[in-house]
Design a protein around this ligand. Structure first.
Ligand SMILES: Cc1ncc(COP(=O)(O)O)c(C=O)c1O
Length: 388
């Protein structure tokens, strides 16, 4: 490989003229703060998710924090989540003042194992925060049943979930609140951003208030001719709103979701077809009754079938000019959580086993057929060259 020119990155955003035009038009409009474009994005998103409310925010992290606060979750409360996630899923629980409790995942889809959730429930448990890992639908039916049985709330971490369907319905209304991410690596991006969906009017009102410093009127209400300069601060809130600039980008991306998902599905199908002949790999599953968003394409290497481990596989992919990633270093492996909660590697066997062996291959809409072929051939080549 000569230099970086041929390097196939792990991920790239897909920005067309539609997004560029929408952003430029917003810049020329003179209105960058949260305003008409945010409102339009929220309206379209709510009808897409089939929920009464959609609140555009600066990130999924902000959305999950607000959802927990709006549910009144705080000190003394426990929230159950997964170790196989990004740190934000746990940090928001801590920022709400509550205690995170981890329950192990299932090895087939890296999402919460409902049986482990049951075992993790204590009298202090107030909520479950499932993650739709990689765009694979978490077992929401079982999570809902547990929540109902124990009177718990559900905040879905749908950071990976743009394009995830359960029984033909897009996720967004299966929990009390669902939070999507529009970070640049995600299936839809607003550069940075998130969307909180809910059917709960009280939760939505509280989240809106807390997301705008606790102020009674938003900027659109204060600075347009129909508005008033006056407002009251009703809570010590946060500055979590999405700007119109982000909304212009995010909304234009959102309109392309079906095309994005078609391409992601094609690439995943091609990988599945090519790797079906490699018993050394454990391939991702699409659970019956759900549609995988293919935000990530995660394979696991069978240690008993290969002379190399995951780390060496990543090195060999890199030598072939291909970027990969790992989702995720489990929560209980990170120093902060180990020191604070006494967790250690080995505490959650399925999450540990997944972590040791998993790798995420490049899968994004800008990948050409040639790039897909290149990734598939590189994987085949490495596996064939390192069989036991
Ligand atoms: C599972 C998961 N949850 C939450 C987040 C945080 O999203 P955001 O960057 O929009 O706050 C991410 C990632 O970036 C994620 O991967």
């Amino acid at each position: 490989m000569n230099g970086n020119e041929d390097f196939l990155p792990y991920n790239l955003p897909d920005i067309s003229d539609a997004e560029i035009d929408a952003v430029v038009e917003t810049l020329r409009s003179g209105w960058l703060a949260p305003g008409p474009r945010v409102k339009a994005f929220e309206e379209d998103f709510a009808s897409f998710a089939g929920t009464k409310h959609a609140i555009a925010l600066d990130s999924a992290t902000a959305g999950m924090h607000l959802a927990l606060l709006a549910m009144g979750i705080g000190p003394g409360d426990e929230v159950i989540t997964t170790p196989t996630t990004f740190c934000a899923s746990v940090n928001v629980i801590i920022h709400a003042g509550a205690t995170p409790v981890l329950a192990d995942v299932r090895l087939d889809d890296y999402c919460l194992d409902p049986e482990a959730v049951q075992r993790a429930i204590t009298p202090r448990t107030k909520a479950i925060l499932p993650v739709h890992h990689g765009g694979s639908a978490a077992r929401m039916g079982e999570v809902q049943a547990i929540a109902k049985q124990h009177d718990l709330r559900i905040v879905e971490d749908a950071a990976h979930g743009m394009g995830t369907y359960i029984d033909g319905k897009h996720i967004g209304g299966f929990g009390d609140a669902t939070v999507f991410s529009f970070y640049p690596t995600k299936n839809v991006t607003s550069a940075r951003g998130g969307m909180l969906t809910t059917d709960d009017g009280e939760l939505a009102a509280r989240a809106r208030l807390l997301g705008l410093h606790g102020m009674s009127n938003d900027a659109w209400d204060r600075y347009t001719e129909r508005g008033s300069w006056a407002y009251q601060v009703l809570a010590a809130g946060y500055n979590y709103t999405m700007t119109d600039l982000q909304a212009a980008l995010g909304h234009a991306q959102f309109r392309r979701l079906d095309d994005f998902q078609r391409r992601r599905g094609e690439i995943a199908a091609e990988f599945n077809r090519r790797f079906a002949a490699l018993p050394e790999l454990v391939l991702p599953i699409e659970r019956k009754g759900s549609t995988h968003a293919w935000h990530l394409y995660v394979v696991r290497l069978r240690p008993d079938a290969l002379t190399i481990g995951r780390d060496e596989f990543i090195v060999q992919m890199k030598e072939r000019g291909i970027g990969t990633s790992v989702h995720f270093i489990p929560i209980h492996h990170h120093p902060y959580y180990r020191e604070t909660y006494g967790w250690a590697p080995g505490d959650f066997p399925a999450a540990d086993e997944a972590f040791e062996t998993m790798v995420s291959l490049p899968l994004y809409t800008r990948m050409t057929d040639v790039a897909v072929e290149r990734v598939a051939s590189a994987v085949e080549d490495i596996i064939r060259g390192n069989r036991i």
